[in-house]
Design a protein around this ligand. Sequence first.
Ligand code: HH2
Length: 259
Amino acid sequence: MGVVNVTPDSFSDGGQFLDPRAAIAHARQLVDEGADILDIGGESTRPGSLPVDETEELRRVLPVVDGIVGLGVPVSVDTTKPGVMRAAIAHGAAMVNDVLALRTPGALDAVASSNAGVCLMHMQGEPRTMQANPSYADVVGEVRAFLGERVAACESAGISRERIVVDPGFGFGKTAEQNLALLRGLPELAALDVPVLAGLSRKSTLGQITGRPVEGRLAASLAAALLAAERGAKIVRVHDVAATRDVLAVLAAVDRIED
Ligand code: HH2
């Protein structure tokens, strides 16, 4: 899954693709590099970020969705707002990626009334304050229980399991230690029996480990993608698609030899 942020303030590429033409060109490049899914976001969720109103989010996202639905890969919309979900789906988006796991009133219904897939992500707290003091007794167990509950809520609302993927939400109300515990524990999430998505690309945990700023985290991001895929992630959400494809090709080749 290649990331296209149409925002002025995303943590790694804010402002680069705010112009729809730049975002569409970037999306096209990610598809050429081998992205299987494009994830379009119009609201940053980085720690400390402020909410964007629906009109502005729609203004950012819809022209880009229109410009990329014909590129031959499913388009995912990274949003928490039911209105944006409905509009993006009406414009051809095939998936909703919700960092609130469809907890906003009306969100379950917005997805249930369509054929779209959904990514349910775990977050403790809200972006403005989530990194203040994240705390868990058992981070893997709690994240797994939350995601299991959200899968059940989706099924009760009429969203069948085949449409659902889950995501532990690396960096969303978690310390570096907690993120690493989740990466180690990824196989336990795979036991929920829906595909797991992992998003570690360029994140601050990788900066803490390597001491590198966001633009110097490619190697660490590739290592994280490989580790996540080895531990059962079926989708990796990344900014650097070409390099990640090569890493996954090596993993796939090794796994083939083992078969
Ligand atoms: N991470 C970000 C945003 N959306 N969605 C899922 N499912 N999983 C993630 O790990 C995830 C996500 C943060 O990355 P980015 O989009 O690059 O930054 P920002 O939120 O600042 O736009």
